[in-house]
Design a binder for this molecule. Structure first.
Ligand SMILES: C[S@@+](CC[C@H](N)C(=O)[O-])C[C@H]1O[C@@H](n2cnc3c(N)ncnc32)[C@H](O)[C@@H]1O
Length: 250
């Protein structure tokens, strides 16, 4: 059915039958009931995208779910956005592929969709100026192998948002959560600390690493902007506090 022809009430009914992680305004007065509120998403978008100048860039969104960050990147001037996901798009409970399609249709967004698990990323999908890896790292059993793949498709800057742990430790480390021992969720595997993220990103060839705590949740979650050599001049934003220069202390 062509969603554009739905009445507001019919659209609301359709939305109500779907599972939503992101709260996205599809029309004036019609907002998807996401687990993440609009305010929470707005704070995340402001924090994450303050690290980059998006205008005219190509953006890869890994783990896009309902597409809030793909939509935000497009609205902030990205020239091309590719939204990828697999787990929640195909999960029997979440069934999220039709949700991001509905977001595209209703908002008129042009971002592209590709069903791709992060463990299967290859350079065949292209190289992107800006790569979003938000809320995905700690869900991966082997995040380092995936980070090596992510590096291959990053042409400028990698933006990471992750749960973190071992914050009292100065040495690079991450905590393993067997079974469902973190928040009762068996898809949570690892909690890295900032030194781990710094040194992993350096080993992967990134040169400048900026870090800030999550704007709502504080240091429970971290946001990292990792620039390849030469990329910060082209793509870097303004790193005012609370950004902390891990490689370039201020
Ligand atoms: C917490 S959501 C984050 C969604 C979005 N990027 C955001 O930040 O709001 C986790 C995302 O990671 C993806 N993902 C990738 N591999 C996963 C795995 N092995 N287990 C669970 N989720 C996984 C999910 O499909 C989902 O899109």
């Amino acid at each position: 059915m062509d969603a554009a022809r739905l009445s507001d009430d019919a659209l609301r009914e359709r939305i109500a039958r779907m599972f939503w992680f992101h709260s996205i305004a599809l029309r004036p007065g019609v907002v998807t009931p996401g687990l993440k509120s609009r305010e929470h998403l707005a704070a995340e978008e402001e924090a994450i995208f303050s690290a980059v100048r998006l205008r005219g860039t190509s953006v890869l969104d890994i783990g896009a779910w309902n597409g809030a960050f793909s939509l935000a990147a497009e609205r902030r001037g990205a020239a091309r956005v590719l939204a990828t996901d697999h787990y929640v798009w195909n999960h029997p409970q979440f069934q999220a592929r039709p949700t991001i399609e509905l977001v595209r249709e209703e908002t008129g967004a042009r971002f592209e969709l590709l069903d791709l698990d992060p463990t299967a990323i290859t350079p065949e999908i292209g190289v992107f100026d800006v790569v979003l890896f938000l809320g995905v790292f700690y869900h991966l059993f082997d995040p380092i192998a995936v980070m090596q793949r992510v590096r291959q498709v990053t042409g400028g800057v990698l933006l990471i948002e992750t749960y973190q742990d071992a914050l009292d430790q100065a040495r690079p480390m991450m905590v393993f959560y067997p079974g469902a021992t973190l928040a009762g969720d068996a898809t949570n595997w690892w909690g890295p600390n900032p030194p781990l993220m710094l040194h992993l990103l350096l080993e992967l060839g990134f040169e400048r690493i900026e870090y800030r705590p999550h704007p709502v949740l504080g240091v429970e979650r971290g946001i990292y902007a990792a620039f390849l050599p030469g990329a910060v001049e082209r793509l870097g934003g303004l790193f005012d506090p609370p950004w902390i220069g891990l490689t370039h202390p201020r």
